[in-house]
Write a protein that binds this ligand. Structure first.
Ligand code: AMO
Length: 461
């Protein structure tokens, strides 16, 4: 069956007879077709008019032999005259539907396809001046995001995201993981008391989930074995960086039976690799042509360095860590990634075994060194995309660690109670989807890879 055939069979059950532009390539020369989309450009010449029409699948050229008022034939064909006038009046951005004869002509740039216009309906006329152009500022483009998203590059970003997400989900589903949907309204903080959004909840206060952390962990005493979730997370973070949002899509996984964080990393690198491989296969060529980015599937295992080694690498490169707590700052992360890229030719690096002082209470600590945790961060091209760890499942130790961190142990009461009735050893990770796509497609900000960005000063559109 030809690639477009199945879709056309499905379409034939629909009332509309409109054909996607990408499917014109599987249509016979000379067929009468109806296409619909946005007017990208109009070339209004004396004898002939060209319209470039774009729908969600691609662009095609429409052609009309113009019939002007001063033409001797003008009186004989009022329909062609009015079509000519309507094309002359088209503002770019207008949504039109056109019926005409498909011409397959190698000389035409856009895939050798052209539709000879017989009729046109202007379904949604655009105002003559578009509010944004390709060179508008990011903020202006975000104000007009739904028009900004018409750009082929933006459209491609979300196709890539769909494929990446689908491939990760497929990896888990094929291995019998359970997909969970956890509440985003919570009675207490899920990560830290900082960056917490409060919402009025009848006569009390609720908090927006910063992470599905506790719930995905609780799926382990529930006996689910291994779970994942792809869902929103909220952080009241006032940052205006290229990588922070107040609402983002978090990709989370949690599994029982881990012996250390190394099991979690082994799983995560396979999931990511499956996602990128699917993107390369389906969109590698388009990503190169439209975004100018050459994608390749990363090799496994990803390089791993301990945080202590990472500090040494960065120091040897002449950079003094500015943070008193010894954590890597963004500049150190960039330098470490550059070193790994040069030494191992790899865009990813796991930084492992973080100090207890800079990790949450629920991370398991080393059996022989209380100062280190079974945890990691994953960096991709110099930016953190994920945090993972083996969790502490022994209740006495967990409670002690929470107290040690000055946590409100009462608030964690119900979380702790489930640990008193049998919990397998477990671990998992959380990963920001928009960050991964931003780094994969070499975009400058997660604003470009989030459908609708939310930041400290952006709640619209
Ligand atoms: P962490 O807080 O490191 O870990 O978050 C995990 C990943 O989520 C993404 N992320 C963000 N993306 C955009 N804007 C933000 N404000 C933002 N904050 C975080 C990042 C980050 O690496 N519960 C743990 C995960 C776990 O241990 O399973 C957690 O939330 O890509």
């Amino acid at each position: 069956m030809a690639p477009g055939t199945l879709r056309r069979l499905v379409d034939s059950a629909l009332v509309t007879s409109r054909i996607r532009i990408a499917d014109l390539a599987h249509t016979t020369d000379g067929t009468t077709v109806t296409v619909g989309g946005f007017v990208e450009t109009v070339r209004d010449q004396k004898k002939v008019q060209f319209v470039i029409l774009r729908d969600e699948s691609g662009a095609a050229q429409l052609v009309n032999p113009a019939l002007r008022e001063d033409d001797p034939e003008a009186g004989s064909s009022p329909e062609r005259r009015s079509l000519t006038d309507a094309i002359s009046a088209l503002a770019s951005g207008s949504f039109i539907e056109v019926t005409g004869e498909l011409k397959i002509d190698e000389r035409v740039k856009l895939g050798g396809l052209e539709v000879k216009m017989a009729s046109m309906v202007v379904t949604g006329a655009a105002e003559p001046e578009p509010p944004i152009a390709d060179d508008s500022s990011v903020d202006k483009r975000m104000d007009w995001r739904f028009l900004d998203l018409r750009r082929p590059g933006a459209n491609l970003i979300f196709r890539v995201q769909t494929t990446f997400e689908h491939a990760m989900r497929q990896w888990w589903v094929e291995r019998d993981w359970i997909e969970i949907h956890t509440p985003k309204l919570m009675a207490s903080a899920s990560e830290s008391r900082a960056e917490l959004f409060e919402v009025g909840y009848f006569d009390t206060t609720a908090y927006l989930a910063q992470s599905p952390q506790f719930f995905k962990q609780m799926a382990q005493p529930a006996g689910f074995g291994a779970v994942f979730e792809i869902a929103p997370a909220f952080r009241a973070d006032p940052s205006f960086t290229a990588r922070h949002a107040t609402e983002f899509t978090s990709v989370d996984a949690e599994m029982s039976w881990v012996t250390s964080h190394h099991d979690v990393m082994a799983m995560q690198e396979q999931v990511i690799t499956a996602g990128i491989a699917a993107v390369v296969e389906k969109y590698g060529d388009q990503v190169r042509d439209v975004l100018g980015v050459e994608l390749s599937v990363p090799t496994t295992p990803f390089p791993r360095v301990t945080l202590a080694e990472a500090r040494d690498i960065v120091a040897a490169g002449g950079y003094d860590l500015p943070r008193a707590d010894g954590d890597l700052d963004p500049e150190a992360e960039r330098r470490l990634s550059a070193y790994i890229q040069e030494k191992h030719g790899h865009p990813f690096v796991f930084v492992t075994d973080y100090d207890t002082s800079i990790r949450p209470f629920y991370h398991m600590r080393h059996a022989d060194n209380d100062g280190l945790t079974n945890s990691y961060d994953l960096l991709y091209r110099g930016t953190e995309i994920s945090t993972g760890a083996q969790r502490e499942h022994r209740i006495e130790i967990l409670e002690a660690q929470a107290k040690d961190k000055g946590m409100h142990v009462d608030e964690l009461g119900s979380y702790f109670d489930f640990f008193r009735h049998g919990v397998p050893p477990h671990g998992g990770f959380g990963m920001g989807l928009a960050r991964v796509i931003m780094l994969m497609l070499e975009q400058s900000s997660i604003r470009e890879t989030t459908f609708l960005f939310r930041g400290p000063n952006r709640l619209l559109p």
